[in-house]
Write a protein that binds this ligand. Structure first.
Ligand code: B4P
Length: 190
């Protein structure tokens, strides 16, 4: 079993690269952003609650997201491994994930951290907003999402660094070159 965390600021390409990694390594994709957007579009009670935070560029409360992950792990008992995309986003989430995985005796093997300049992040998200219609891809909300990232999410990198699980990847350049750089690290584990 191989468990991978794809880490990085909003717009760093976590979703983009996950699609390639899943196909190559046959891992189960768990994207908290996708799960939340699905709940929002179905107007479930969880989605209606999450929308309030997402529309402002804020993180959804830890207990909501941790509960979602726990259910996903239970739904997939026999798999090659998981790719966690956009989760954990706080140290409390990272700690909870370690507990959930320790209980299943399949810890996180590797955390790949995508490094992208702030200017490039903003440009990517603004361009995506023009085509996707995502309510959190407006200039004002993007600034908040990046602020949330610095305040609450970037300490997660230190958490995994202290456990010697973190490898940084340059997240600028072509999608193919970034994918190749990621594979060369993953292949040393599989
Ligand atoms: P996410 O869905 O995780 O969104 P993201 O950070 O925008 O995306 P990502 O980094 O995956 O970017 P992408 O590949 O699409 O989160 C959305 C919201 O959900 C959060 O703000 C929060 O409110 C909530 N949420 C999610 N998880 C949570 C959690 N664990 N706890 C609490 N709240 C949570 O790439 C972006 C754009 O760049 C795309 O248009 C893409 O085409 C482009 N791109 C990618 N790679 C490129 C490259 N190499 N060159 C040029 N463009 C590139």
């Amino acid at each position: 079993m191989f468990n991978l965390v794809l880490f990085g600021p909003p717009g760093s390409g976590k979703g983009t690269q996950s699609a390639n990694i899943i196909e190559k390594y046959k891992l189960v994709h768990i994207s908290t952003g996708d799960i939340l957007r699905n709940e929002v579009s179905q107007e479930t009670p969880l989605g209606l609650e999450a929308k309030k935070y997402m529309d402002q560029g804020a993180l959804v409360p830890d207990e909501v997201v941790i509960g979602m992950i726990s259910s996903k792990l239970d739904e997939n008992p026999e798999v090659n491994g998981f790719i966690f995309d956009g989760f954990p986003r706080t140290v409390a989430q990272a700690d909870a994930l370690d507990n959930l995985l320790d209980f299943r005796q399949n810890p996180i093997n590797l955390v790949l951290s995508l490094k992208v300049s702030e200017e490039e992040l903003k440009n990517r998200l603004i361009s995506r907003g023009q085509v996707s219609g995502r309510s959190d891809d407006t200039e004002e909300v993007i600034v908040n999402r990046i602020k949330e990232y610095h305040a609450k999410t970037s300490p997660v990198a230190d958490y995994y660094q202290s456990k010697q699980k973190l490898t940084e990847i340059k997240g600028e350049g072509s999608v193919e070159d970034i994918f190749r750089a990621m594979c060369s690290v993953i292949d040393t584990f599989i």
